[in-house]
Design a protein around this ligand. Sequence first.
Ligand SMILES: NC(=O)c1ccc[n+]([C@@H]2O[C@H](COP(=O)([O-])OP(=O)(O)OC[C@H]3O[C@@H](n4cnc5c(N)ncnc54)[C@H](OP(=O)(O)O)[C@@H]3O)[C@@H](O)[C@H]2O)c1
Length: 339
Amino acid sequence: MLAARTCCHLPVRTLQLKDHAGHFRILKTLSATFITPSFRRPYASEAEQGNKAVLVTGCDSGFGFTLAKHLHSKGFTVFAGCLFKDKGDAGAKELDSVKSDKLKTVQLNVVKQEEVDRAVEIIRENLKDPEKGLWGVVNNAGISTFGEVEFTSMDTYKEVAEVNLWGTVRVTKACLPLIRRAKGRVVNISSMLGRMANPARSPYCITKFGVEAFSDCLRYEMHSLGVKVSVVEPGNFIAATSLYSPEKIKAIADKMWAELPEVVKEDYGRKYFDEKIARMHTYCNSGSTDTSPVINDVTHALTAATPHTRYHPMDYYWWLRMQIMTHMPGAISDKIYIH
Ligand SMILES: NC(=O)c1ccc[n+]([C@@H]2O[C@H](COP(=O)([O-])OP(=O)(O)OC[C@H]3O[C@@H](n4cnc5c(N)ncnc54)[C@H](OP(=O)(O)O)[C@@H]3O)[C@@H](O)[C@H]2O)c1
């Protein structure tokens, strides 16, 4: 189905501007440079990847779990950071059951500096030649929540930022000495909500906007050192991962209502609150169930000679909305999508 195809795989011709009498030759060259789909870019061979090691965070479930297995199948040595490896989490167990020297799970809560330091130590000890460094880090671990600004406690803002933003910064900083040696890659999983905001998603949006800013700054700084930094901005894959579930939404909603200040409860009312929660439940069943566009984009960012700065694995609806919201005046995009 048209809407289910990701824009990153659009044929060049679809997005290319016309070349009437050479007037748009420069634009055509630019579009070919920047919009060339992944399959036309050179990839590193699987034999080369055999000597490369990567750390992926948040591998207990979702994109991280699939990615760890996929990168291992491509020949990478994968260090799969799992939040609950120490508690025997099913995801970590399943990755361990592959029983390969090249797929190692490591206990890694990105919020805890000591766990991050320990994970990097384990990686260094297990690298064939630590002097050659670590090829890549994929900052994938993340959590999400929802709720209007007035419904969201300061603790919630801080909790989401601890994982999504400060976790990304913490893990990246700890890995950079090894990544610099390899002239390797940093791949940060942001979101389409790191590019455009949405009502009732401020705790999540601000962390992903932060990841985008951090990635840009790092990309500029690392350019002369040969390290490439990419951001992957997935659209809606809620139905495919564990980011939200009806149980999670109910738990968040119950806690939120219980902790709301009386004035907010009275002014908005229970009916309004319940309608918002019902909308979240609907959203929770939406989105693509095929995570391969995200997995392929991360793989491209790790293996292509010239990885993209940003990847947009999302369907046409969200891709168009993101373009309009990021490139058109706010008055227009607000009118179309928000009000
Ligand atoms: N799914 C989407 O539609 C979507 C869209 C855009 C962006 N993303 C981003 O994609 C990334 C992966 O999410 P996902 O959709 O695959 O959801 P997911 O299935 O919930 O995966 C997130 C993983 O991060 C782990 N995690 C949570 N807190 C952590 C911490 N403090 N330290 C280390 N790991 C932690 C989770 O562990 P537990 O399972 O044990 O909690 C889980 O394995 C996130 O950064 C998310 O924001 C997702």
